[in-house]
Ligand binder design. Structure first.
Ligand code: ZN
Length: 288
């Protein structure tokens, strides 16, 4: 496992971590101040400053991307399928312009939550089938654009409203069906927040590595109690996830990319940007 204790060259900042403290350009300036080399920006943050300005800011700061958040939300009723497809194609185009190594995909849950206005459904099996069909369709477009897609399995608590792909095995099974030749076009983004509870995950991480499907690694922590399943993620070291153990397993597969910090937290959004980033760097060196 790589030694992170003496520098933070493999730290990437998911820009949602400080989304309340400034716009994307201000976040990029802060990364430059703190010697951070990579970010994973969100589409809405890019849209707020404009794609061209975001591309320039990334380039001028000499930043790399560790991903682009996010495509997906594939589930909808029939009336919205075209909208879903076009939206995801735009996401691929933006990721290409920004020089992202992959688009992170959050599958979507039941249609009425993924694409509001869609007719309500309780059929999670149908939602899962729709996700797979839509990824297959997006993969054709993304392959032409040479933009890899990374499916991020989400903790089962999000199955209804955010993602009905809930385990690493499920995500890798989809990859095997849609990209059996293991071309590098389809893989997974693994986030310790979503996978730490899964008794099968270590074997599945090894499988992802073997098949060259491990495109991104996200870290934060699981607080006890978790007061808000979406926006109460912990700073690394403040919760119960043995983060080093997961990083060791991920790196044993040959993964040598960024360790991306992704914290959605009202507690951390209320603190000054520089304080949050300083804390991220310190925890990256000590507990990641
Ligand atoms: Zn994540």
């Amino acid at each position: 496992m790589r030694d992170f204790s003496s520098d933070h060259r493999w730290l990437s900042l998911n820009t949602a971590t400080v989304r309340k403290q400034g716009d994307l350009v201000q976040i990029i300036e802060a990364c430059a101040r703190h010697g951070i080399r990579a970010i994973d920006p969100w589409r809405d943050q890019v849209a707020t400053v404009g794609l061209d300005r975001a591309v320039r800011a990334v380039r001028d700061a000499g930043l790399e991307l560790s991903g682009y958040c996010r495509g997906g939300m594939f589930t909808s009723d029939a009336a919205r399928r075209g909208e879903v497809r076009d939206d995801n194609r735009r996401c691929v185009d933006e990721a290409s312009a920004l020089g992202a190594p992959c688009v992170v995909l959050v599958a979507g849950g039941l249609p009425q939550f993924s694409r509001p206005g869609s007719a309500a459904s309780k059929d999670i099996a149908a939602a899962r089938a729709q996700v797979e069909e839509a990824i297959a369709e997006m993969l054709e477009y993304a392959t032409q654009a040479r933009m890899p897609l990374a499916i991020e399995p989400l903790h089962p608590a999000y199955a209804a409203d955010r993602a009905c792909v809930n385990t690493t095995k499920h995500a890798l099974d989809i990859c095997d069906r849609l990209d059996p030749a293991r071309t590098g076009a389809l893989g997974v983004a693994l986030d310790v927040y979503h996978i730490w509870w899964d008794p099968e995950v270590m074997g599945e991480i090894a499988r992802a590595g073997r098949d060259r499907r491990l495109f991104a690694f996200h870290v934060c922590d699981w607080l006890v109690p978790t007061r808000d399943i979406l926006n109460d993620r912990g700073m690394m070291g403040d919760g119960v996830i043995d983060i080093k153990r997961y990083r060791a397993t991920v790196e044993a597969t040959g993964y040598a990319g960024y360790s991306e910090i992704e914290i959605f937290s009202h507690e951390w959004w209320d603190r000054p940007m520089d304080e949050v980033i300083r804390t991220c760097i310190e925890r990256h060196r000590t507990v990641v």
